[in-house]
Design a protein around this ligand. Sequence first.
Ligand code: SF4
Ligand code: SF4
Length: 178
Amino acid sequence: MLNLYEKFLKEFDKKLTEYFKEQSEHICCKEGCSGCCEIGDYPFTQLEMMYLMQGYKNLPVMVQNMVRNNLMQIKSNRVSTHLFYKCPFLINNKCSVYKYRGITCRTFGLAYVCKDNTVKTPECAHEGLCYSKVINGKEFLAEPVKENLDLLEITNSKLAKKYKLEFGPSRSLIDWFP
Ligand code: SF4
Ligand code: SF4
C-alpha cells in the first residue's frame, strides 16, 4: 500500500507544484518560515501516519529522541483534545520528515475553494504572509485554487481512487501516539 501511496504523492505533488506556481504572487513561504507547523491540529489519516513513521525510522537517533521529547511534552501539557500545538516533528524550524509529511502539510500556504464556495485561507494570511495583501476584512480579492484541498476531499478524490488507496480514519497527529 505504501508503494501505491508514494505513486499517488508523486502525482499529487506535481499538481500542487502547479498550484503554487499559479498562486506565486500570493505565496510568502521560504526556508526557515515554519509558522504553519507551530500551531495547528494536523489531521493525519492512518495511511499518512504509516508513511510518516517510515520517515521517523530513517532519522538519526538524536533527532528521533528530540521528536520523542516533543511528543511527551505536548502530551503532558495538553489539557484538552481541542487545543492546538506545535508539531513534534518540527526540529530547529524545519520539518524533520519533509519527504514523509502529510497531505495537509503539503497544501500549507495555498488558499482554495471549499464545498460551500467559501475560500479557505492559510492562517499566516493574518500575520502578513500568504495572501495577506488580498484579504480585506472577510473579503478575498484574488482567484484561489479551484480545487478543494481539504484532507477528506483529497482522500476521496479520483486520484486516490486511481491507486485504490485506503486511508483509514483521520486523527490529530498527536492522537496517533498512545
Ligand atoms: S504557509 Fe505561511 S507560515 Fe507556512 S511556510 Fe508558508 S509563509 Fe510560512
Ligand atoms: S509533519 Fe512536518 S510539515 Fe507537517 S506539520 Fe509537522 S513539521 Fe510541519
